[in-house]
Design a protein around this ligand. Structure first.
Ligand SMILES: [Mn+2]
Length: 339
């Protein structure tokens, strides 16, 4: 095996630590949160002072996780004192150090030894002391399986299995995306064997849409635009739409995947004004086109077929820039000789 990760390093660092911070990227998803929940279960068993602190709030659909109530949203007056005493941080699924937001600054200020455990192409990870990266893993949770398996050779504890299963279904779109492998299913089988209930986890994540979210989806479906001979579908979400539907930030997650399901569409792009002068962009591809390069061009990152960026500017100017760059990128992939 070429990409063996030396989990012994992690064991040694944990053995030397007293206080451990677990965290993941802003707008956390089932991969980062599933990993954090599973790892908290393990570290609690070792009687270590461990906390999960994220840059933004826990989305409601992950409230079923065994340790969801332990997921805290970073606030300086609550966390800074504790963070100053932390002697190890495990960061899951981050892709880019900047997605830690203010927590990243605390890690640097307090000089906390850090391990980055991730399956993204790395855009900005030199701040971490250790980088455990496996680009072939469908989810960070799939990587953690290799850490936990030797600890629990007979059967994974249920909260750990629940975290790993959640991570894998999150990142494979419930075993539908191109990153789904035999190994994803093998880990899932083991999780089911110890008692996780796939339909329960599925319902919690995918059948718990809020009314504002469905109303917002209605607006999007009415305004989705097509370009590039129908291969590119894109939609905008502005603050008026959010207010009209009483939607929250996390309500927009997953819309880009849904728009990609349209027949003939190869690439879907979301342009979401998520602040006064900032926009969140999501790119999803069915597999014909790589959209990671255009995300990187826009200062973001991700995977070849699922990527994103956060760009300063108003929605119209950002939309113009992003769509132009996307069309150029698709064009150059169709005609590599012209690029
Ligand atoms: Mn992931």
């Amino acid at each position: 095996m070429l990409k063996m990760i030396d989990w012994e390093i992690l064991h040694k660092l944990i053995a030397d630590a007293k206080r451990i911070l677990l965290t993941t990227h802003e707008n956390p998803d089932g991969d980062g949160l599933g990993c954090a929940s599973a790892m908290l279960h393990y570290l609690n068993g070792l009687k270590l002072d461990t906390r999960i602190v994220c840059a933004t709030e826990l989305p409601k659909e992950y409230a079923f996780l065994s340790y969801a109530e332990s997921v805290e949203c970073y606030e300086p007056q609550i966390h800074d004192e504790w963070l100053a005493t932390v002697d190890l941080v495990l960061v899951f699924d981050i892709g880019d150090f900047r997605r830690l937001r203010d927590i990243g600054q605390q890690i640097l200020t307090n000089n906390i030894p850090s391990i980055n455990i991730d399956h993204h192409v790395q855009t900005n990870n030199s701040q971490f002391n250790y980088n455990f990266i496996d680009l072939e893993a469908a989810a960070t949770g799939e990587m953690l399986y290799d850490f936990f398996k030797p600890i629990y050779p007979d059967s994974l504890p249920l909260p750990i299995a629940e975290g790993l299963y959640t991570a894998i279904i999150n990142d494979t779109g419930s075993f539908r995306y191109s990153n789904t492998t035999e190994r994803c299913h093998e880990v899932a089988i083991e999780c089911i064997r110890v008692g996780i209930k796939p339909h329960k986890i599925y319902q919690n994540i995918y059948e718990s849409n809020s009314i504002p979210r469905i109303k917002l989806l209605g607006l999007i479906l009415n305004t989705v635009q097509f370009d590039f001979n129908g291969e590119l579908a894109w939609f905008k979400i502005d603050q008026n739409m959010m207010i009209q539907c009483a939607a929250e930030n996390s309500d927009v997650d997953g819309f880009t995947d849904y728009i990609r399901t349209i027949r003939g569409v190869e690439v879907a792009v979301m342009l979401y004004q998520n602040g006064a002068n900032t926009c969140r962009i999501n790119f999803r591809s069915k597999g014909k086109y790589n959209i990671q390069t255009v995300a990187q061009e826009m200062g973001g990152g991700g995977h070849p077929f699922a990527a994103g960026a956060v760009i300063d500017g108003n929605l119209d100017s950002v939309a113009h820039k992003v769509l132009q760059a996307t069309i150029n990128s698709l064009q150059s992939q169709n005609n590599p000789q012209d690029a």
